[in-house]
Design a protein around this ligand. Structure first.
Ligand SMILES: Cc1ncc(COP(=O)(O)OP(=O)(O)O)c(N)n1
Ligand SMILES: Cc1ncsc1CCOP(=O)(O)O
Ligand SMILES: [Mg+2]
Length: 229
């Protein structure tokens, strides 16, 4: 584990210069995270959601079933994403991402080494890493070649049991020092997203605010348009 000095963790101009000057950052974009359980009808819901606004990526995050079952459910969803040039990301398993020819993989701290994922998936794959509320984890992920770092949870969520709470200032620090995109996740809604966008989040990772929207997932995506600018 790399030991970064307090100076390096601070907003030190020399440190910033070493690791990348603040440059132009595209507007914040939506990154949809699937419900943990879906059925064969989810494809129509996903297509409607992706057609309702600017979505950069979709992560298939299924829990409680094996890779074969995930692969069966993944195929039509991967096609729906490809038709709309939305990145299709597999959660947890670099092996399954390889098997499916997914656009990338998201790795939690217990899901494997980003360097190994890079060797397996190649230079074009999008490899994301969970960094909770930790600058250290994010800098280690960046050093390991991650294409994005994910901070959270920012708000209470029922989608996943979380023990870390991130502050928007973490997003501001990261985007001031590093060029690698950052993702904010955890309990994010169109109503509470603005502080995260203003702090510099490159992506908002959202699940229940879209799939659980009482007016439907398309309305859930459309509701973010105002805050994403
Ligand atoms: C974009 C994004 N950020 C964080 C997570 C959480 O990943 P992980 O910590 O591995 O937990 P599970 O999602 O696997 O329960 C994520 N999936 N996506
Ligand atoms: C996967 C994950 N990791 C941290 S919070 C979370 C859940 C995100 O879902 P929601 O947008 O419903 O809070
Ligand atoms: Mg995981």
């Amino acid at each position: 584990m790399t030991d970064f000095t307090d100076d390096e963790l601070a907003l030190d101009p020399d440190f910033a210069a070493q690791f990348g000057e603040p440059g132009f950052r595209p507007a914040c974009q939506l990154y949809l995270i699937s419900p943990p359980v879906i059925d064969e009808g989810f494809g129509d819901i996903l297509a409607a959601a992706l057609d309702a606004g600017r979505v950069a990526a979709f992560q298939l995050r299924l829990k409680g079933i094996d890779d074969h079952a995930i692969a069966r459910l993944a195929e039509p969803l991967q096609k729906i994403c490809a038709e709309r040039e939305v990145a299709f990301i597999i959660n947890d398993s670099m092996g399954l991402a390889k098997r499916l020819g997914a656009d990338g993989v998201h790795l939690g701290q217990g899901d494997g080494d980003p360097r190994e994922a890079r060797k397996l998936l190649g230079p074009k794959a999008q490899i994301g890493v969970t960094c909770h509320d930790s600058r250290h984890l994010a800098m280690e992920a960046g050093e390991a070649g991650a294409d994005y770092v994910a901070f959270g949870a920012f708000y209470p969520t029922t989608t996943k049991e979380t023990t870390h709470r991130a502050d928007p200032s973490l997003l501001g620090w990261w985007t001031t020092v590093f060029e690698i995109p950052c993702v904010a996740i955890g309990g994010i809604t169109a109503e509470n997203a603005r502080p995260l966008v203003e702090a510099g989040a490159d992506f908002l990772a959202v699940s229940s605010a879209v799939w659980g929207n009482p007016d439907g997932a398309a309305a859930g995506v459309a509701a973010f348009a105002a805050v994403l600018g």
